[in-house]
Design a protein around this ligand. Structure first.
Ligand code: EPS
Length: 382
């Protein structure tokens, strides 16, 4: 499965092209829109989310409610684009917009301008923006639909915002009812207060998102080649989310200071099946899924556009200049959880198709069913 996204934050649309989805999968725009909506929510989002009503238009790969096996084209219109026509014009305009040259520490502004040789940081901002995650979430909703067919479900919950921490319970109803996507009502309130205080101070807040996949097919990924290890592929996908700065499987950083006997998950057989009584591996051993839940966390830095800007420099003159101030979010952690679900779903769906084939969804299901029947001790298979 391959995903490409295109489009600028204030251009006409963001677009996802998702290739390799098996034919015969039921896909509906309404189902994708549920996740697009979830991505727009969350206390601490900026004014942009009041302008947009993200909804997908499927312009390829689906007919009569089912995938055809051709690449899916998923378009999400930027309603704000009408306010940016001159700035974002494809053709040169008579009165060109003033270039952005004040660099925001923490954003892609400086690194991107130097790399591509841009004189206007707008060329970086537009594509580095997390607006692009709308395309990822649309594609991720299709991946989730495929995973559901084999019984795999992906969910997320906010674990912390600023210094307010709550232990994730993955109570879906409570998570979705919370403005910050935390199932703990008391901590939710404290998180909202922390975001409000950061906003008041012209500052921003980051946090940690917990992500979990249940009903995972064992044997996805491989130990045999570094680039096929699935934990590595999952970490890459999650680290690619705008603002992500760290990933850990289960409680890896705490486990690093413990002894092996406390960290590894004893194996036993119950009713003819291999089982574990704990899951400190986070669902993968040797880069391969072991059938336990995949459990991981992603750390998101506080967003880098600050209303009270940090000292910085001007790209053109090199003179000291405060960083650019423009409309932004105070905290994106709740939305980032929805994006993290999408990225985990895309990697898992890709690994599933790699192992079982991606021509036809019924063929894939039959192959998974047959495979599951041999996942027993050798002597029990006879
Ligand atoms: C975003 C839309 C953007 C930002 C945000 C993510 O809209 P605008 O730039 O028009 O306000 O709100 O992007 C960033 C925080 C960033 O640093 O680029 C969205 O739809 O998710």
């Amino acid at each position: 499965m391959r995903l490409l996204t295109a489009g600028e934050s204030h251009g006409p649309m963001v677009l996802a092209v998702l290739d390799g989805v098996p034919a015969g999968l039921a896909v509906s725009p309404a189902e994708i829109d549920v996740d697009l909506r979830r991505r727009q929510l969350g206390y601490g989002r900026g004014a942009r989310q009041r302008i947009e009503r993200d909804a997908v238009r499927i312009t390829g790969g689906v007919r009569q409610g089912r995938t055809t096996g051709a690449p899916l084209a998923l378009e999400i219109v930027n309603r704000d684009a009408v306010n940016w026509e001159r700035v974002m014009s494809v053709e040169p305009v008579a009165e060109p917009p003033d270039p952005v040259t004040r660099l925001r520490p923490g954003h892609a502004d400086l690194a991107g301008a130097l790399k591509f040789g841009h004189a206007d940081v707008r060329d970086v901002i537009e594509r580095a923006s997390a607006r692009e995650t709308a395309a990822r979430v649309a594609a991720g909703a299709v991946a989730k639909a495929l995973l559901r067919v084999v019984g795999t479900d992906v969910a997320s919950e906010t674990k912390s915002i600023g210094d307010v921490v709550s232990e994730p319970r993955f109570d879906r109803e409570a998570v979705e009812a919370s403005e910050v996507r935390s199932a703990d009502p008391e901590r939710s309130g404290a998180m909202v207060a922390a975001i409000a205080a950061a906003r008041e101070a012209g500052d921003t807040l980051g946090g940690v998102v917990a992500v979990r996949a249940t009903g995972v097919v064992p044997g996805l990924g491989s130990f045999a080649e570094w680039d096929r290890r699935l934990d590595g592929r999952i970490a890459q996908a999650l680290m690619s989310i705008q603002s992500a700065k760290g990933v850990q499987f289960a409680d890896a950083f705490a486990a690093a200071s413990e002894r092996g006997s406390a960290v590894h998950d004893p194996i036993r057989v119950r009713d003819g099946a291999f089982v574990r009584d704990r899951n400190r591996a986070g669902g993968l051993e040797g880069g391969v899924t072991n059938g336990q839940d995949i459990v991981l966390e992603v750390a998101f830095k506080p967003i880098s556009t600050l209303m009270k800007p940090l000292p910085s420099a001007d790209l053109r003159t090199g003179e000291p200049a405060p960083a650019l101030v423009e409309r932004s979010d105070v905290c994106v952690v709740p939305a980032a959880g929805v994006v993290a679900e999408a990225m985990l779903a895309l990697v898992l769906a890709d690994a599933l198709c790699e192992k079982f084939g991606n021509d036809n969804v019924d063929d894939l299901c039959a192959a998974v069913e047959r495979y599951r029947r041999r996942l027993r001790p050798l002597d029990a298979r006879r």
